[in-house]
Design a protein around this ligand. Structure first.
Ligand SMILES: Nc1ncnc2c1ncn2[C@@H]1O[C@H](COP(=O)(O)OP(=O)(O)O)[C@@H](O)[C@H]1O
Ligand SMILES: [Mg+2]
Length: 269
């Protein structure tokens, strides 16, 4: 059993997914996308989810944020049943959704602008985050003038700026090249460490899943079920550039790959 697998004491989890199932009706046929998935996430945790394509990972995030109703089961956020879109949850997807007519800084500020935060105050907060992710000289650039990696960094900090309690990330680094991914992983870990946010991060890359997480959730092929939840007993801060070379990493990788491999094969057949 993993190190972080048991909830500590009687502290209520921030998020509790209990037997969540979701069926879709597509062309008159019923498709079970998610089958009785259960998962608890505690405040400040970094949880990653891996599973084959089509196993219901995005569906699970859509249920958590309240974009889709459950078919059965329940999801509690701070002990309240999720019912409609939850504004306390930030949602970051592969697509950055930056507004093309706004500069980087103006995009990052949007949430504060909506809240009516004064201009100099919101610019100050935006600049601090922009600097943290190494985009200082690009504040006045428009999205089309930025690389994919830069846009995704902007996308992450524009979510962080409104300070959601939980951040869901759906394969956010999926389309980026391997080097850029590592840089963004490191920046994300640094932001997570200082902001103490709770993150649920989906990836199809097991190396990424282990490198980032306190706990890794492995899902089965469709209909998606939680197959295993494993703690990652690797000390922090972690050196993202070297972590995969360590013995600890390799043993976690081997044990999780054993669980994931048959699911990936099944999904591909
Ligand atoms: N709105 C929808 N209508 C019908 N089927 C859907 C819908 N959304 C997802 N599905 C189906 O549910 C399954 C899980 O999808 P998804 O959650 O996107 O998987 P993943 O993110 O793990 O790749 C897939 O078979 C997909 O085709
Ligand atoms: Mg998906």
């Amino acid at each position: 059993m993993g190190l972080f697998q048991q909830p500590v004491g009687i502290v209520t989890p921030l998020l509790s997914v209990e037997g969540a199932s979701k069926e879709f009706y597509s062309r008159g046929k019923k498709v079970l996308a998610l089958d009785s998935a259960s998962l608890s996430v505690h405040e400040g945790e970094f949880v990653t989810i891996v599973g084959p394509s089509g196993c219901g990972k995005s569906t699970l995030l859509n249920l958590i944020v309240g974009l889709l109703p459950l078919s059965s089961g329940r999801i509690l956020f701070r002990d309240r049943a999720v019912n409609g879109i939850n504004p306390e949850i930030g949602y970051i997807t592969q697509k950055d959704n930056l507004l093309p007519w706004r500069t980087l800084a103006q995009n990052v500020e949007i949430a504060l602008e909506i809240r009516g935060v004064e201009k100099s105050e919101r610019r100050e907060q935006a600049e601090e985050l922009i600097e943290r992710v190494g985009l200082k000289d690009f504040e006045d650039h428009y999205p089309h003038e930025l690389s994919g990696g830069m846009r995704q960094r902007a996308n992450i900090i524009r979510t962080l700026i409104y300070d959601p309690d939980l951040i869901l990330m759906d394969e956010p680094f999926g389309p980026l090249d391997a080097q850029t991914r590592i840089v963004l992983q490191e920046q994300l870990l640094s932001l997570w460490t200082t902001t103490k946010k709770t993150i649920i991060f989906i990836t199809h890359d097991l190396v990424e899943a282990i490198a980032l997480a306190d706990r890794v959730v492995v899902m089965t092929s469709r209909p998606g079920r939680v197959k295993r939840v494993a703690g990652v007993p690797i000390a922090r801060p972690r050196d993202i550039y070297q972590i995969h070379q360590s013995q600890e990493f390799r043993s976690v990788y081997e044990s999780l790959w054993k669980e994931l491999k048959p699911e990936v094969k099944m999904a591909g057949e």
